[in-house]
Design a protein around this ligand. Structure first.
Ligand code: AVJ
Length: 322
């Protein structure tokens, strides 16, 4: 019985230092903000998995339908030998690709990469058990840091699903796409999921579900800061806010202080005050137009070979070639 190899490229000391810097910068800014990657400790990753099963959160379901319909075509077009998944989480949708590649008997290696070691270990073990003969090489790393050289037998295909590319602010998104391109050799592949612009109601409800799971996910970033930096946030003092920003074409998640608060963050040598009603931005999730996705991929040096969407045009999947 083989085992998943898991390399930890994330140095815990450096990770804590980055959190400390992000908290110092974001919480002392005039308009407070935090990078969304800090949601994903073990509990945050589990809450996100719960979100993917909510009736309001359509992206996971719709992307899964697209992948189910197109996985065979992805395998036939790319003939990839290695799949590298960025932000792999549970890798649940990725199984549709692994199934299609396995049926063709060509795929030799799967490289899931995630910041959450707990999520990665669980998914890598499960995939090793279910795909005999597939080498599984998990990497614990932060994909917002510049990518080092990618492992695996060529031709490789990097996949980045779920619309997570929307979490980057636009300038950083361009740099990120360019760094994927430069980690690939000419002719290799990139499969990208993007959530598309649609009516505001559908968008906002996806980020403000009736059961309040997204609200708990949002507040989890405060628990992460409590755990790692000894902060004294009381998450219930903050109200979950999800809002569509029409000018930037993105959803913002915010935490709004229900009353005036002072919070100590000893691990960042910081005391933060919130006025009543003051908001902390915790995530942006950009939504795309098909022509915008094509333009951004081209700008990064990719050629779009296939574009797939669902019948209602909710979500798009691009297959691009370096
Ligand atoms: C995991 C980044 C794709 O932006 O839709 C879900 C995270 N935030 N609900 C997204 C999220 C609020 C999600 N991604």
């Amino acid at each position: 019985m083989s085992e998943a190899r898991i390399d930890v490229h994330r140095d815990p000391t450096r990770m804590l230092e980055t959190l400390r810097e992000d908290v110092r910068e974001g919480l002392s800014a005039r308009a407070k903000w935090l990078p969304s990657k800090w949601f994903y400790d073990a509990r945050g990753s589990e809450l996100f998995e719960h979100i993917t099963r909510l009736p309001e959160y359509y992206p996971t379901r719709v992307e899964r339908d697209i992948l189910r319909a197109r996985a065979g075509e992805v395998a036939d077009v790319t003939e990839a030998r290695t799949i590298v998944e960025l932000g792999s989480g549970s890798s649940e949708k990725t199984r549709l690709l692994l199934d299609a590649f396995a049926a063709r008997g060509r795929l030799s290696e799967f490289v899931p990469l995630d910041v959450s070691e707990a999520a990665l270990a669980a998914s890598a073990e499960a995939i090793v058990a279910d795909y005999p003969g597939l080498r599984v090489h998990g990497v614990v790393a932060d994909f917002t840091e510049p990518l080092e050289s990618l492992p695996g037998t060529p031709p490789r295909m990097v996949i980045f699903l779920g619309g997570t590319v929307g979490n980057f602010p636009p300038g950083e998104r361009a740099k990120f796409l360019a760094s994927i391109r430069s980690a690939l050799t000419d002719g290799e592949w990139f499969l990208l999921g993007t959530d598309l612009i649609k009516d505001v109601d559908t968008l906002v409800r996806a980020y403000d579900d009736a059961a309040g799971v997204t609200a708990e996910f949002n507040r989890n970033v405060l628990r992460v800061i409590n755990d790692r930096l000894g902060a004294g946030f009381e998450p219930e003092e903050f109200e979950h806010v999800a809002r569509w920003d029409d000018r930037n074409e993105w959803i913002e998640m915010r935490l709004r202080a229900r009353r005036g608060l002072t919070v100590n963050v000893p691990g960042a040598d910081l005391t933060v005050t919130f006025a009543e009603g003051e908001e902390l931005r915790t995530e942006i999730s950009a939504k795309f137009r098909p022509e915008g996705v094509r333009a951004e991929l081209a700008e990064a040096g990719f050629t779009l070979r296939r574009w797939w969407t669902d019948p209602a045009g909710l979500f798009g999947v691009s297959l691009a070639q370096a």
